[in-house]
Design a protein around this ligand. Structure first.
Ligand code: DGT
Ligand code: CA
Ligand code: CA
Ligand code: ZN
Length: 595
């Protein structure tokens, strides 16, 4: 038996247990098991996955039920799994539900009931078979489904297959942080960095790249720890300097270990992007040098790399210097204008997390948020923010508890009272009365002017009819932006990363239009959205568009997602002064009023 398999049998990791519990949850849903019973497994999985303690301590002490979110019966399941390597409840459901169907639950628009119905009617278990059923028209004939549903399912499968290889930035970051933490203090590790698309803060990540500088004698020991990490289920490859693994959540992680003297060049190379590297190499050649993952060398007469003539450098910065460039922040390494900038400029004042002074775009229990305005405000104060722009949903968004005009007025009273409270307590904090108004199909906002006038500010977002033709969609946005009450556009494309496509919009025009009308376009910081996309940062800079890094928080935890928005804003080259919520409450108020 191989060592990493042995470990997961003897002492299950938190992630291993979490993935088993999650599987029970999914299988229970498919089997039509009681909803609350199933959800208990999902909650337990989330709890175990997010725990900072080793679950084995609780297993050994038999006190799993001390953990909030783990009841008596699930505790028994976990003990059984730790002891015998099998979880009876999971085995029982695996007997009932063919494992191939699990993959089907990832198809958006196909619920557990229909999955089971299709399985029972046609006796199929694989996605390939399902695809066939759609192509030959059989699925559409199933009562309760129809051609439209079949078409939707087909589209979802295509999406899933296209994006199965990638995950969201936050998902990758969590895995990478865990593995990084387990390696960084090991003997022999001189330097360690996350590289690749993760270091560049891309919104989706293919595989996770980690780079270590160590002397050769330490390499085997480091790979040993890496391949035995609790998140690892499969070792895909193990060489002298590189090892690749698959994690329990299906992600690939590459660890490369290089000699300390090669670290800077390797970090530069494996950070990428490929396009950035290509340009760097060509600049090196023009200066009679050769750049590769080992270092920077003189070129010989014949144009070959002279391995005996390495250039002297210690850091990435040194390498850029040797190529007549200033240090390019990793986020900007996409060959989208960064070379022109850093030929002359030393740095850009890119926005940082510390620059952020307030929270704009948050929901409360008035619509579909999970906490009261007061609780959200207190969470903001705790985090050192100076203001909160509450933006619940507007009346048309009935599915999300949108506010009717009389509710809006009650909410204003509540906010006035809270602001009064803060003031008399000497708390430097203010709540702005906002609303996330639906942009209706004709481009108008969701209340009469007499209500619109009473808000401090309005974020205008599209939530329905996302699939309009571009021409119509642009007319809709044009009239929303021209509306003097609109101070900001929310999640402009409506995309859900790896799940739902963007609406058809000419974003270059939208960005220009927003700048012209002194309206901001948010960078929605929720890692499922990250919308406006960073790629429109160049256009935004050109026209001087203002943005705001908005968590779109529906919970207190949601506020902390702001950091992903900051990363995307940096990637989009936004300086601090073009990010509204880096400004004081007074300045923000002035921006809202300048319409
Ligand atoms: P990903 O994993 O798809 O999210 O994107 P990356 O950028 O992390 O790509 P990955 O993991 O294939 O490679 C990491 C870096 O290594 C990449 O950004 C640049 C460098 N690299 C890899 N293959 C090549 C190559 O064929 N040519 C060049 N110039 N660089 C490469
Ligand atoms: Ca990668
Ligand atoms: Ca890679
Ligand atoms: Zn929204």
């Amino acid at each position: 038996m191989l060592p990493w398999q042995k470990k997961s049998k003897d002492m299950p990791s938190n992630q291993d247990i979490a993935s088993k519990l999650r599987e029970v949850f999914q299988l229970m849903q498919l089997a039509g098991e009681n909803r609350f019973k199933a959800i208990a497994f999902d909650k337990a999985a989330l709890t175990v996955d997010g725990m900072s303690d080793d679950i084995n301590e609780y297993i050994n002490n038999k006190n799993l039920t001390d953990i909030k979110g783990i009841g008596k019966s699930i505790a028994e399941d976990i003990y059984a799994y730790a002891e015998a390597g099998k979880m009876p409840v999971l085995e029982a459901f695996r007997e009932k539900i063919p494992p191939g169907l699990l993959k089907w639950t990832e198809i958006s628009g196909l619920g557990p009931k229909n999955i089971l119905k299709i399985h029972e009617t046609f006796g199929i278990t694989e996605i390939e078979e399902l695809k066939e059923l759609i192509t030959n028209g059989e699925l559409a004939k199933l009562p309760g489904l129809g051609g439209k549903s079949a078409e939707k399912i087909q589209k979802s499968i295509e999406w899933m297959e296209k994006y199965d290889e990638r995950c969201r930035l936050d998902e990758a970051q969590k895995i990478a942080d865990d593995i990084y933490a387990s390696l960084k203090d090991l003997e022999g590790v001189q330097q360690i960095e996350l590289a690749g698309s993760l270091r560049r803060s891309k919104e989706t990540i293919g595989d996770i790249d980690i780079l270590i500088a160590a002397e050769e004698k330490h390499i085997p020991g480091l790979f040993e720890v890496f391949t035995n990490h609790g998140r690892v289920t499969e070792v895909l490859g193990k060489g002298d300097t590189k090892s690749s693994v698959r994690t329990t959540d299906g992600r690939q992680v590459d660890l490369r270990i290089v000699k300390p003297e090669n670290f800077a060049a390797a970090l530069m190379y494996f950070t990428g992007s490929k396009e950035h590297n290509v340009e760097l190499r060509s600049r090196a050649r023009n200066k009679g040098m050769s750049l590769n993952e080992y270092g920077l060398y003189k070129l010989k007469e014949d144009g070959e790399t002279d391995w005996d003539a390495p250039q002297n450098f210690k850091t990435e910065s040194d390498i850029y210097k040797l190529l007549d460039l200033n240090f390019v922040p990793p986020e900007l390494r996409e060959d989208r204008g960064e070379f022109e900038i850093f030929e002359t400029q030393k740095e850009i004042d890119l926005v940082t997390d510390d620059d952020i002074r307030g929270v704009i775009h948050a929901h409360s229990t008035w619509s579909d948020g999970k906490f009261s305005i007061k609780e959200m405000a207190e969470a903001c104060i705790e985090r050192g923010y100076e203001y909160l722009g509450i933006t619940d949903h507007s009346q048309t968004a009935a599915y999300a508890g949108g506010l009717k005009p009389d509710e809006v007025k009650q909410q204003w009273d509540e906010i006035d009272a809270l602001n009064e409270e803060f003031k008399s307590a000497g708390t430097n904090f203010v709540i702005f009365k906002g609303i996330e108004s639906d942009i209706l199909a004709d481009g108008s906002l969701d209340y009469d002017d007499d209500i619109l006038e009473g808000f401090d500010f309005i974020i205008a977002s599209v939530h329905q009819s996302l699939e309009m033709p571009e021409k119509k969609m642009m007319e809709r946005f044009r009239s929303a932006i021209k509306n003097p009450y609109t101070r900001m556009i929310g999640h402009p494309t409506g995309r859900l990363l790896l799940k739902r496509e963007e609406s058809k919009i000419d974003l270059n025009e939208l960005v220009a239009l927003a700048a012209e009308h002194n309206t901001a376009i948010e960078i929605n910081a929720n890692p499922r959205r990250l919308d406006l996309d960073w790629k429109f940062g160049n256009k935004a800079k050109e026209v001087g568009m203002m943005t705001s890094i908005n968590p779109d928080a529906h919970t207190i935890d949601g506020i902390d997602l702001m950091k992903y928005g900051t990363r995307i804003a940096r990637k989009g080259k936004y300086e601090k002064e073009r990010v509204l919520n880096t400004k004081s409450a007074e300045e923000v108020k002035a921006f809202f009023e300048a319409r």
